[in-house]
Design a protein around this ligand. Sequence first.
Ligand code: IVH
Length: 708
Amino acid sequence: MTAKTAKPKSAADLTREDAAAELERLAAAIAHHDRLYYQSDAPEITDAEYDDLRRRNEAIESRFPDLIRDDSPSKRIGAAAVDGFGKVRHRVPMLSLGNAFAEDDVIDFAARVHRFLGLDESDPVAFTAEPKIDGLSISIRYENGKLVEAATRGDGAEGERVTDNVRTIKEIPHKLAGKDVPAIAEIRGEIYMSHADFKALNDAQAAHGGKIFANPRNAAAGSLRQLDSTITAARPLRFFAYAWGEMSEFTAETQHGMIAAMHRWGLPVNPLTRPCTTTADLLAFYREIGEKRATLGYDIDGVVYKVDRLDLRERLGFVSRSPRWAIAHKFPAEQATTILRAIEIQVGRTGSLTPVAKLEPVTVGGVVVSNATLHNEDEIARKDIHIGDTVVVQRAGDVIPQVVSVVLDKRPAGAEPFHMPHTCPVCGSHAVREADETEGERGVVRRCTGGLICPAQAKERLKHFVSRLAFDIEGLGEEKIELFFDEGLLRTPADIFTLQARDAQSNAPLKSRKGFGAKSVDKLFAAIDARRTIGLERFLYALGMRYIGEQTAKDLAKAYGTLAEFRKAVDAAVAGGKDSEAYADIDNIEGIGETVVDALIDFFSEPHNVEAVDALLAQIEVQPYERVAAVSSPVTGKTVVFTGSLERLSRPEAKAQAERLGAKVAGSVSKKTDYVIAGADAGSKLTKAQDLGVTVLTEDEWIALLSG
Ligand code: IVH
């Protein structure tokens, strides 16, 4: 007799009873495999086997539609599997904090606050000092006291909707208590995991062969980003409230008042928060918390100082992505010693050759480190690093671990000094140290001259193109880029968007290959399609032009609004060259200097780059820059120049206020200047404005103009 289990009966042959039992079995099995796939990235079956399970489930369901279960996989995962979490646009952006590492940085911070507000150094300004919790920030929206939505920080403008998961966190109330809860209250704070809970979770994971987390923060992040909220519910997450987003009304006029209100409403707040007035108070708090750090029972990576009065904060505003009214004072980086086994060379997307230390694995501040950056050849020589040395490795926050020094007495006899190669290890082209224009000296970075032929550069560019702050294409990570590049499927960014069409024509479509199930291929194509429209700032960042990082890309996007305007300006500068007005116009943008203008010109003067950009534009649509808080004031869109000394506002505050109202503040006067605001003793800029016939305002006239 043949074994009955060898092949399951086809759906057409099943009795009703068998079908019901089979659907139950399939629902449990598919849920189990979904969990493995989404939660731990550790599937037990191939995608093809998984697809078979789903197909069988569908076949039985279509024959017995009345047997479809409430927990049927056809109802449950579907959309969630493809899209992951929905996106939430933050109504008030979630910004980050500037960092202070030394006491002097804290003194400078307090001095900056005073100067900006036009206060004397001796005038007291109240601050709060709080522990800086090392978890992940979250924004929780309450409407009429009820929790309606929760979102991660994401890129600060847009995060992921994790409402169901946040609802499983016991410390976070579903309803706020008290009579003074505003109709709309967006509570912000940190989700974290305690040391004890982290250890228990890892022990339990180890016992059943699950994923081991490197530190409590990763465990908290991994737990919150579960598509199945029953998993989040089983993870012991905690929360501290310390900030807010949109509020329909303000219950207090200070940070400490707001914290007290959040506490009354039922939210956990950190009991160590303390009012301070002098820099000495702030520094005493830092030292005290540093001493207590090991006994707190949760990870902190520093303390945060905030100006207490909300009206002063309003005036202080923001500089790029951080508030002027707060700063994070970080604890020193954690260090460990280990052995440097070898030095490998990595080639970056701009052709830079970076020496990377291959280390005997060592735990630094709770994370196992086996690679660390050595920066460049001059640094290796300066630190006198030999292969085989015992070295001190340091890790601070999220930055790449680095080798800080050598323990010379432990140098083994015959340890070899390192010589940087003069050819690219990937393409064999010459690798040279260019003169660095900004410093006028030979640059420290050795670069591969292989530009277009160097696969490392092309690959790294593609990796950058799909990275989180750029096109952020889920399922197209570094490994896939490597693979697709090596196979010749992807060479330029535009190729990504033609991949599906080419794959449909291919004799060996991705779906038919080992390791690529139908499900994951569909998911990848859906993720690519989702990025066929992209914001201007992400687009500019994704191009990977030298010196154009996230913030500069944003500054350019903000200044030009649309891709067409941007291209017009850059093309004019390319045509006009360094002395042209078009060049000066870009240079005049807040946050942009000559290095960036030169980099833009370099990039857009290279026909291959223009070709690649145009090919990409045939596939995608670039959306105009979306201003986070759209402002409209009498000076929105105007270019203004301040000159001379102002009396009613400090210069930085006047500039920040103008920018907040949508004006562009330039450093020099040109035909394009709309207003010159001249204080006492104005000099050449005033004369130039008069020559060019630009409207000149006194400080009082300017303030009158602002107030409409
Ligand atoms: S205030 C406008 N307070 O640190 C900035 N942040 O680098 C509002 N953090 O993203 C943040 N403890 O995740 C603030 N007591 C605290 C904090 C804190 C931890 C985190 C937060 C933020 C990051 C800023």
